[in-house]
Write a protein that binds this ligand. Structure first.
Ligand code: SF4
Length: 463
């Protein structure tokens, strides 16, 4: 999807089938999240505790990262630091080339999407197969994920069935169980033959060098145990101090993302296979990637690094629910994407923090209490110079009018005169620069008589 943010969002809202599917799926997730959190004793205390752990970790990130790297190495793993996406891809492609690894299986990892790792490996002759069911469908259908947890939230059964028939040559069926079994059968054969496993990391535990992976399908465990080499790619912010901190997040993350009390698989990996182990990789490599995160750490929106990528803010967001993920033109859509995309990928995405109604639903949903609306406003303020002159002028006039009762009164008279009323009290077509505003939102028309006018009349009548 190309064009500016407004064009992309407008185009996305017109696809009624996709938007219908997204609305239904996100609505169900919101309901399940609310029920799951309501059944959790002291949920608010737990969220406050999670936020406090994340804040503390990010404030002491160099210390915990150093400890984590040291403990991974002590457990027999290899640690690589990557300053950016290119370096991370280079490290992993070189690892594969040096060991003549040819078939990679991958469990779900947004960080690998962020750096386009599949393309980098495939350019070096390594076949990469996504093994998370949603990501697998996205891959065979040559599509892009549209949600950080539910990559095919925008697809219906028919599209999935058609992609499977076309790419796997199977019988047509729209039965989810049949479709899952077809994918399972196909992937089992890949797992038997693969020699490289690539995963993300949900949490890296500093005190033990343990990697925690949370998945709902068995593919995560097969990816990290079946191939002879396991590469885990993690952003620098994924570290937490202690093993005892982990349950706080485990209790929250699955409830927040889809209303589950617990994800189906919680995998803890400390080092590669030991002589007494029956399975596991011969080598474990942990690639710790910065790719713009340390810049965020020292900036005005460092709080976004507290994110645990649960996806709850996407499900709660009315903008995401009415446009889907592709309109954001980023691997990270929704409210969290509107924040981290411009921070990670630069001013070309400066408009994204405006893809929000600032209703606050994301803040309510966030299990680590990130004040997403406040951060969106902060980023909007920082990029105000890139706004069109007409919008800046309008905002300056608005600001002046709001701080002067006289100007405010005159502004009301003016608006009453120039903004056409369609009979509902709302203006749907504004003149001049207001036109751009009203193409996307309706403007509440000023009342025929203001409160002050009515108040004065009341006083006059009483006298
Ligand atoms: S910002 Fe909060 S709600 Fe959104 S993905 Fe991150 S942790 Fe989840």
């Amino acid at each position: 999807m190309s064009g500016g943010l407004q064009d992309r969002m407008a185009a996305a809202t017109r696809d009624k089938r996709v938007i219908g599917a997204i609305r239904l799926a996100t609505w169900r997730k919101v309901e399940k999240r609310e029920t799951a959190l309501a059944s959790l004793p002291h949920a608010d205390d737990l969220r406050a505790r999670a936020a406090q752990i994340r804040r503390h970790t990010i404030e002491h990130l160099p210390r915990y990262l150093g400890q984590f790297a040291e403990r991974v190495a002590a457990a027999g793993g290899h640690v690589h630091f990557a300053a950016n996406a290119a370096v991370a891809c280079q490290i992993i492609t070189k690892l594969a080339a040096a060991r003549t690894l040819r078939l990679a299986v991958k469990s779900k990892s947004m960080t690998s999407e962020e750096i386009h790792l599949n393309a980098a490996l495939e350019a070096q002759g390594v076949q990469v197969v996504e093994t998370d069911l949603g990501e697998f469908i996205v891959q065979i259908d040559r599509d892009r994920p549209s949600h950080i947890i539910t990559p095919i939230i925008h697809k219906d059964r028919k599209q999935v069935a058609e992609a499977m028939v076309r790419e796997l040559g199977c019988e047509y069926s729209e039965d989810p169980q049949v479709l899952s079994m077809i994918a399972r059968h196909h992937l089992r054969d890949i797992f038997r033959r693969c020699d490289l496993g690539i995963s993300g990391v949900n949490f890296g535990i500093a005190e033990s060098g343990t990697l925690c992976l949370i998945t709902n399908e068995g593919n995560g465990r097969l990816t990290t145990t079946r191939p002879r080499v396991h590469v885990a790619l993690m952003g620098i912010e994924k570290v937490i101090p202690r093993l005892t901190d982990l349950p706080v997040f485990l209790k929250l993350i699955s409830r927040a993302s889809g209303g589950q009390a617990m994800s189906v698989y919680t995998t803890l990996i400390t080092g590669p296979r030991k002589p007494s182990d029956r399975d596991g990789p011969e080598e474990l490599h942990v690639v710790i990637m910065d790719n713009g995160r340390s810049g965020i750490l020292n900036g005005p929106a460092a709080e976004v690094l507290n994110c645990i990528r649960c996806g709850a803010c996407l499900n709660a967001c009315p903008v995401y629910r009415n446009t889907g993920g592709h309109a954001y033109d980023s691997v990270y859509p929704g409210p969290i994407g509107a924040l981290i995309t411009p921070l990670l990928f630069g001013p070309a995405h400066a408009e994204l923090p405006r893809a929000s109604s600032l209703c606050g639903a994301c803040k309510v949903a966030c299990p680590v209490n990130i004040d997403i609306p406040a951060l969106l406003v902060r980023l909007r303020h920082l990029s105000r110079g890139q706004q069109p002159w007409s919008k800046r002028l309008l905002m300056q006039l608005w600001s002046r009018a709001m701080s002067s009762p006289t100007l405010y009164r005159w502004g009301q008279y003016l608006l009453r005169g120039i903004v056409a009323d369609d009979g509902t009290g709302w203006a749907t077509r504004g003149p001049g620069p207001l036109g751009a505003w009203t193409t996307q939102r309706d403007l509440l028309r000023p009342a025929a008589r203001s409160f002050r006018e009515r108040w004065r009349e009341e006083l006059r009548d009483d006298a």
